[in-house]
Design a protein around this ligand. Structure first.
Ligand SMILES: [Zn+2]
Length: 128
């Protein structure tokens, strides 16, 4: 048994892949390198640019509002993460309560603003 253990450890040490120092062998695997197959982190548009929605930033909040009904777009359209969507909805209600934003329409001055998402093509499609 003892002989077998010594023999197996000898085989393990001398197998082709086993290299003691990587500096001498250029073909030695580099375990310190970062994972080349790592997927890119998916982030919503507000997290990506590190923007915190605020009720005073009416111009930003208006982009999450329908120009026809004033309705706040859902998460399947905006593509925001749960936290940011909740924050946007809360801040829009706060802005409306403070009289900074309209309830049933988008402020006409913000109608020409660039769109952050395509309303006709939701990021997560609806079932109806
Ligand atoms: Zn996010």
């Amino acid at each position: 048994m003892n002989v077998f253990r010594r023999l197996s450890s000898h085989i393990l040490k001398n197998r082709p892949g086993f290299v003691r120092s990587s500096s001498t062998n250029v073909d030695a695997p580099d375990f310190e390198m970062e994972n080349p197959y790592e997927k890119e982190k998916v982030q919503c548009i507000l997290c990506k640019h590190k923007i915190e929605p605020d009720y005073k930033n009416v111009r930003l909040l208006s982009q999450f509002q329908s120009p026809y009904t004033g309705r706040i777009y859902g998460r399947h359209i905006t593509g925001l993460c749960k936290r940011q969507q909740h924050k946007v909805e809360k801040e829009i209600v706060k802005a409306q309560f403070a009289g900074l934003m309209a309830y049933y329409l988008k402020e006409p001055v913000f109608l020409q603003d660039p769109e952050l998402f395509d309303v006709e093509k939701p990021i997560r499609p609806h079932r109806f």
